[in-house]
Design a binder for this molecule. Sequence first.
Ligand code: BG6
Length: 506
Amino acid sequence: MSLENPFFDPLRFERKMPECAVVIFGANGDLTKRKLLPALYRLAYERRLSPGFAVVGISRTPMSDDQFRDKMRESVEKFLEDSPFDADIWDEFARHLYYMAGDVADPECYTRLARCLEEVQEKAKTGGNVLFYLSTQPSQYSEATLGIGKAGLAKGSGWRRLVVEKPFGHDLDSARKLSDDLHQVFQESDVYRIDHYLGKETVQNILAFRFGNGIFEPLWDRRYVNHVQITAAESIGVEGRGAYYQEAGALRDMIQNHLLQVMATIAMEPSATFQPDSVRDERSKLLRSIRTMKPDEVLRNTVAGQYGPARIGGEELKGFRQEPGVSPDSQTDTYAAATFLVENWRWAGVPFYIRTGKHLPKRVSEIAIEFHSAPHTMFGAGDGGAAPNLLILRIQPEEGISLKFLSKRPGAGMTLRNVSMDFNYGSSFGERSPSAYETLLLDAITGDATLYTRQDMVEASWAAVEPVLQVWHQQKFDFPNYPAGSWGPSASDAMLAKRGHVWRKP
Ligand code: BG6
């Protein structure tokens, strides 16, 4: 592809890795161990990082650089899901890891960090570029950012960027307040709000599928699409995160961020170029077109659920209220479903059903697009009946795409049956997909914000769920209303039945 081509963006396609130091606040936390370090190690393994690279971990626990390295080695070996661990590459990578004990609330922490960064820049030749990564308790995001600012660390000889983990606030007001605090130190273009769903290969592939092919886009509107179902089901419960989860709930934890971003990717208009802000402008426009529900619509168009105890295959599963850190009369939703409508010409009247839950029968995330049935069937009912065409984009596991359509059964007579045309990532590409964190860390280091959420997107998605949170807050739910291991409360089926639809059982 020629460099003169305006659609060719060297930023994304020919990445040159700049030198940099990645400063991780919350280096002793779960995210660092499970996701960040395995992703960075994997990038080192693939020689994707610049030789001038370093990680500076910060948390309160006193540790030497070597103790930190040993601890991280243990985590990387444990959580490196689908790649081999190479001890030689690790040793080389570990030399670039540094640690500093410090408390985010202590101003002295930042003056020490400044000194530490000077030393690291000298030793590791990181060129003055710094990526700050906030992986602390969300309540510390503002404090850490302001601390960075006061110590003069947000400016320097190279670029300075800030990566922030979700949640971005717990409602619209707190999300705005957080952005105001971040903007006291970093301008919006240097703030990278991470939504790991956008880094998943299969979510990125939605853009390739829709806009790289000519045949789907003409069908992608209210004239052909009957409704869309977006599911993110998890088979696990809250896994020791009861205290956090009790404050969040499924709607905040999954729908406000990940699943509305997925919906925006499915429903947005094509952007003119693949530049970060053109793509984000379209996502943002879509999120702002979601109909704001009135209180009576919330009652009709949303369902909250909470899992209760169950016995499955001889195993006793605890109910949410019995999980550690959860109050015995908790009103928190571990399941949430909603019908969203988009108020624009393309999607007027097409329901977007979104559901997510803990302790559902299996782990599966997918988008199912159901097209209108053929207007007239001349073949009689048959066993396929007039089944509508269905396009399924599978995000995980078994990543792929399937198109369901009717076909004639071999033999006499005209009997139709539903069949499937399938594409599987694994068999088609035969190579490993990078994890969402590998993709997103690389993007932040190269300064590509396409897959990061912007302030206006975050606010628009809070605006879409806030009326729901408000109504739910005033309600007293009769929880638990689904047993662990089932597909959620029956009210969720009833919500679709009102429009004549049925949830898929993926
Ligand atoms: C996180 C949520 O953002 O996403 C978790 O806080 C959830 O509760 C997780 O389990 C799901 O991510 P994935 O990539 O496993 O689908």
